[in-house]
Design a protein around this ligand. Structure first.
Ligand code: DGJ
Length: 752
């Protein structure tokens, strides 16, 4: 259903996906590559309609006198800075004499089946070459000899276009890339808005929707990671676009370091959307013959609202991104074990006996894995010391790691471990031996965060040494899970190993070696479940998903705070990627007390697990765990592989949240309803599920007696899909079982 064509007479490229078309062409005798159209699918026959040559009376071949007017208004596929386009561009090229300028012209192209990987970088993939078609367009800057290759891939059944860019210095002099973005989309403004995912530590990825005024709107990170504050995602959508109606363009960057995502509304009321590595602080030196690859950005078009965009991203990530680094990773498509993590249970205060007592109690409740968090190595008794010294502390784990792991395995639980490979404490043997391995500007005391420095992972010898230390630990016992943490951002950007004209490469080289280490980890231990983490969700991005299937969503485990965090995250990322645990109350971050049941229902919309001292929680709460474990097993397939629908948002209505997952066969759905704030004297609330088969009959059941009008006695409903989707399900919020704040219910919809 997806194709890429080159219409030779018109000199036009047309990329079609099932529901979208993307068109650009070669214009003028100077062979500019200009964008023509992106949106709902259009016929090939009408292709000339949008060739736009009439829009450009001042193309240089007709009127070079006004070349500047052309360059500053044309819709470029890959705009360059310095020669007359005053909008932010994709490429800023500086030559060896210090001049910045570049103009790209078409050279040739190639269309072929399949999708090549990007050397050293995460990227979407296809297991079978027939599932994708790729176009490579080669451009050149005649003066410097820089070759730029634009890569576009369409996937057989998805409204996705994946883009990346390659650079090669085919000239005779050294060149510097000062900006080398991955995506540009120029288009008319239609009173568009943008959605971005913003927040902070413990408040990651809250949805922000705002109108695009004149000027440039940017979300970006210079923190060396994608960050808690912003996510490498942006959607551009019509003002009237809803979950189910209207156009939306979604952009996601498959990268975990510094990024920019921006939209600029200019003097002509056109928009330029850009995405790529953040140019701030970035330079990449290209000596003759050297190459550079800009990471992948993916674009999704939906003509039917946010639901379709979300489903497309979820399907793309599940089928073509997650664990792409090693397709034989055990957890690529498999259910994850229910884990219990000791962080919020003990913090640094634990030993082997304490962990074993947690494991024993967890085993009784059906929990499947114990994860030992921070504090197991060297003299790490607080977050003040020992990062980098990856040797087991045998005072804490008496008899060593293997003894503990074997004992936990004997209880019937798997064993997982926490590491933070990219960091070093000033108070550590590693730092005392290799202080120049920390990122710092020589002579300037580097800024501490959580009393730690960042290791200079751009240096191969540093990455090698740390990897071999971690490898030794993982090989020493039956470890089946790794939580890879990163608890501070990068600043004081200086590497003792890079030449002065390569210091601007530090952050990207750092990422490349982190990716390399994670690839090695998955190649060496394909049975390990890798969960990435960064002080909660500071590196929750598609790049990380290429290595491990899940990421710790946030250090905020409060069920009510998690509603907004998980809602924003789920706009782009599948539920199966979101690390979510039931934790203790009052919650350690917010102090809020929510029912144990609600905490379980919220964590169910993620990977599900526990983060509490199971030996200390109340008897009543502990007694609920076996049923929650059963609930996870019953619904996990649905949550992991189904289509997700946002039905109601507490962030919008102030009172309740509801979401739904429906299997691909439309035979089974689960609606989660969270009553956040009690509302007295209200009528039954109506929730309208989506994604069901209108003609099929479904049985609707609920774990509480709340379906129907107040006072009805409980009985499962049997209704057609069209009735359920149009007339909705009535929920009696004031029923006895739902009284109070923070109450929740699960509604199951099964075809009969
Ligand atoms: C931050 C993580 O998000 C927490 O879950 C925990 O692992 C701590 N780091 C440990 O230092």
């Amino acid at each position: 259903m997806s194709t890429i064509k080159y219409l030779a007479n018109e000199k036009i490229f047309k990329l079609d996906t099932p529901g979208s078309s993307y068109v650009f062409g070669i214009i003028d005798e100077e062979k500019f590559l200009l964008h023509m159209y992106y949106g709902g699918r259009i016929s090939d026959d009408d292709i000339r309609y949008r060739t736009r040559t009439n829009d450009y009376p001042f193309t240089p071949e007709k009127n070079n006198r006004d070349r500047g007017a052309f360059l500053d208004s044309a819709y470029f596929e890959y705009p360059t800075e310095g020669v007359g386009d005053f909008r932010a561009g994709c490429l800023r090229l500086r030559d060896n004499d210090g001049h910045a300028g570049c103009q790209l012209s078409y050279v040739n192209h190639k269309i072929y089946k399949g999708k090549p990987g990007l050397e050293g970088l995460p990227a979407t993939y296809v297991a079978d070459a027939n599932d994708a078609t790729t176009l490579k367009v080669r451009l050149e800057d005649k003066l410097t000899g820089l070759i730029v290759t634009l890569n576009y891939t369409v996937f057989e059944d998805l409204d996705v276009i994946a883009r990346s860019v390659g650079f090669e210095n085919a000239g005779r002099d050294t060149l510097y890339l000062e900006s080398a973005l991955s995506l540009c989309l120029d288009m008319e403004n239609e009173d568009f808005e943008i959605i971005t995912l913003n927040g902070s530590w413990a408040r990651e990825r809250h949805t922000d929707r705002t109108r695009i005024g004149y000027g440039r709107h940017e979300v970006s990170s210079t923190r060396g990671e994608s960050s808690h504050q912003v996510n490498p995602f942006m959607a551009v959508l019509n003002r009237e676009t809803t979950q189910t109606l209207g156009a939306v363009y979604g952009f996601s960057f498959v990268y975990s370091g510094n990024f920019t995502a921006s939209v600029e509304r200019n003097q002509h009321d056109s928009l330029r959307c850009l995405m790529g590595i953040n140019p701030k602080g970035f330079t990449w030196k290209l000596t003759p013959g050297e190459t550079f690859t800009a990471p992948e950005a993916v674009m999704v078009y939906s003509g039917s609202g946010l639901d379709h965009m979300t489903h497309t991203f979820h399907d793309l990530f599940r089928d073509h991104l997650i664990c792409g680094a090693n397709l034989s990773s055990r957890y690529k498509d498999a259910p994850r074990p229910i884990l219990i993590n000791n962080w919020e249970a003990t913090y640094f205060d634990f030993d082997d006996e304490k962990l074993l007592s947690i494991a024993k109690e967890a085993a009784k409740c059906g929990i499947e894995m114990l994860v030992m968090d921070d504090g197991w190595f060297a003299n790490r008794s607080s977050d003040n010391m020992a990062l980098g010294d990856w040797y087991v502390n045998e005072d804490k784990l008496k008899g060593g790691l293997k003894k503990l792991v074997d004992a936990v395995n004997n209880e019937g639980l798997k064993f997982g471990i926490w590491v933070e490979p990219e960091m070093v404490s000033p108070d550590s043997d590693l730092y005392r031996k290799h202080s120049d391995w920390a990122i710092a500007i020589p002579g300037r005391p580097a800024t501490l965060m959580r009393n730690q420095y960042v290791l200079d992972m751009s240096r191969d010898e540093v990455a090698e040494e740390i990897y071999s230390r971690i490898h030794a630990v993982l090989s020493s016992a039956n470890i089946e899970y790794v939580k890879w943490d990163m608890n501070r951002t990068l600043c004081d950007l200086g590497s003792y190993a890079l030449d002065s004209d390569r210091q601007g490469e530090l952050c990207h080289r750092y990422m490349l070696n982190v990716y390399k280490m994670q690839k090695r980890l998955m190649d060496d231990f394909p049975n390990i479940l890798l969960e990435n983490c960064s002080g909660g969700g500071g590196r929750f991005d598609p790049g990380m998903l290429y290595y491990g299937p899940q990421i710790w969503c946030s250090d905020d485990t409060d069920a009510i705070e998690r509603l907004r965090i998980q809602e924003g995250t789920a706009i782009v990322y599948p539920l199966s990627t979101m690390g979510a645990h039931v934790s203790d109350c009052p919650n350690h971050v917010t102090g809020r007390i929510a029912p144990f049941e609600t905490r379980g229902h919220v964590a169910l919309a993620g990977t599900f697990g526990y983060e509490l001292d199971i030996t200390k929680i109340s008897e009543n709460d502990r007694a609920l765990i076996p049923a929650q474990v059963e609930m996870y097993h019953k619904y996990n397939e649905l949550v992991r592989a189904g289509d997700y629908y946002r039905l109601a948002s507490y962030a919008d209505n102030g009172f309740y949240d509801a979401w739904e997952v429906v299997n691909k066969e439309e035979s089974h759905a689960l609606v989660t309803y969270i009553k956040v704030m009690a509302r007295p004297y209200t009528r039954s609330n109506v929730i309208k599920p989506r994604g069901l088969d209108p003609k099929r009959r479904y049985m609707v059941s609920c774990d509480k007696n709340i379906l129907g009008l107040a006072g009805d006695s409980y009985k499962p409903l049997i209704l057609h899909g069209d009735t359920l989707m149009n007339a909705g399900i009535m929920i009696n919020e004031n029923a006895e079982e739902m009284k109070g704040d923070f109450r929740s219910a699960l509604i199951e919809i099964s075809a009969v």
